[in-house]
Design a binder for this molecule. Sequence first.
Ligand code: ATP
Length: 242
Amino acid sequence: MLAIEGLDVRHGQLVAVRDVSFSLEQGEILALVGANGAGKTTLLRAIAGAHAPSMGRILLGGEDVTLLPADRRVAAGLALVPEGRRLFADMTVEENLLLGASAGRPGDWTLARIFEAFPILVKRRGAKASSLSGGEQQATAIGRALMSNPNVILLDEVSLGLAPLAVRQVYASLHRLLASGATILLVEQDLTRAMSVASRVACMSEGRIVLDRPIAAVTRDEITDAYFGLNKAGGGNQAAAC
Ligand code: ATP
């Protein structure tokens, strides 16, 4: 469904993503973990077309989308829920959701289904995004991405900055999405949560993927070691941690 091949992404002189390769099969949920500054957001933004890579390829459903602008990637079936939500503050929940449908992709996700999946939004559908709580904003941001009926959805730190109750509400809705067979790349700092939803985990350290394994074949300690750069054995992309 998604294949990343030898991707390098720079911020000026800094190589934030180094020689990253992995692929995602249909229905797979890959949790991407790593310390602050490891390169997770930069990688997701590059996949979504918000940041041009300096090397490598991005394939969506076998099609090379590396040079496509972000809107064409949405039309091709890729949606990003960005860190920080990035809603249109003066627009209502419903208007923000409808923007997600502007790519015109057919599929099961309609306004009605989004409100079913995210019940906390029902009473807020006419409210401006600026008046929403953090959890409501995050639900709207995920709903907006789903409205494009993506084949692959990229979720960047959906629980960041949310109160514990809001995190539980967002994840309760996400569980329904996960159960629907969606293909998901999820950046999540909370390892317990990441391991509870994902089928596979990848760990980034200093721009490289230093571990990439099925959840069933990895221990929490191995992930933690990779997270802190102690994973000398590698496990996926064979990159030694720095
Ligand atoms: P976090 O969990 O803190 O969001 P991350 O793993 O998502 O971290 P990135 O935000 O991708 O990491 O950052 C990777 C590296 O790129 C870091 O060294 C960061 O300082 C740098 N970086 C990120 N954004 C920019 C930018 N706009 N300009 C310059 N450097 C940047």
